[in-house]
Design a protein around this ligand. Structure first.
Ligand code: SF4
Length: 250
């Protein structure tokens, strides 16, 4: 129940509640949901419920595409980024997918793939790869996390193939104005519930004032966002380069 409550609470935080469960036949989960709904009824929160439905069965994959990144955030661990590793070529990516598909395709489940890096858009093969994936396989959703440094035209093309885009702020390197121009443009294309767009505001300790501004900007422009806590345990340097361009005005 605690877990169910936790999940529902997290969904409540998003403003409205959608309760999901993973199996149509899971009696215990159904019971837990029933109990939770009773609690909501008692506390007059029932009006917030917009749907109670089983979560679709999917084969979920998180795919780290490579470590190569055009940024070098001080808190980002070595195992997650570098400036020299080679980008995987298109054929290699296709081969890797075919292998994975061969081993999992028998389950006949739609795939949900979350691509992360490094910086996924730094690899010029990424866009052709996701278009090939969507066109040839039963991939129900593709999610990407990016530092937002690619051009708007590139992201616009990507919106034809991906279902969810998360931009992460990195005050050390980003040009704020350009970053948030892309945020506004993509937020108008990635419309819920079919698609989604989100901004992960990295809670960098040296950029607290800028972060408040990012938050304000997202609220004003109705962009989904979260403030993401940073783990500095594996930082690669002490100093902050702070070369980013602090040029966002509201
Ligand atoms: S943009 Fe992301 S992957 Fe690149 S260095 Fe920063 S945190 Fe790491």
């Amino acid at each position: 129940m605690a877990e169910m409550r936790q999940r529902c609470t997290a969904l409540e935080d998003m403003g409205r509640i959608a309760i999901g469960y993973s199996s149509k036949n899971n009696i215990i989960l159904k019971l837990l949901i029933k109990n939770y709904v009773n609690i909501l009824k008692k506390t007059n929160q029932m009006n917030n419920i917009i749907a109670i439905r089983p979560v679709e069965k999917v084969f979920s994959i998180t795919w780290m595409l490579g470590r190569r990144c055009n940024y070098d955030c001080m808190y980002c661990p070595e195992e997650l980024h570098d400036k020299f590793s080679r980008h995987h070529d298109l054929n290699k990516l296709k081969e890797a997918w075919k292998n994975m598909h061969q081993q999992t395709g028998a389950k006949k489940l739609p795939y949900k793939i979350s691509f992360t890096g490094g910086e996924v858009t730094a690899n010029k093969n990424f866009l052709p790869f996701v278009s090939w994936l969507k066109e040839n396989y039963n991939v129900s959703s593709i999610l990407i996390t990016t530092n937002g440094s690619a051009g708007l035209k590139y992201y616009e093309k990507l919106t034809n193939y991906v279902d969810a885009i998360s931009f992460s702020t990195h005050a050390e390197f980003m040009n704020e104005k350009v970053f948030f121009q892309k945020v506004v443009a993509l937020n108008k294309i990635m419309i819920r519930p079919k698609k989604s767009f989100h901004v992960n505001i990295m809670d960098e300790y040296w950029a607290k004032e800028r972060i408040k501004l990012y938050e304000k900007f997202c609220i004003k422009n109705k962009v989904s966002f979260s403030i993401n806590e940073i783990d500095y345990d594996k930082k690669t340097r002490e100093e902050v380069l702070n070369n980013g361009q602090s040029n966002l005005k509201i």
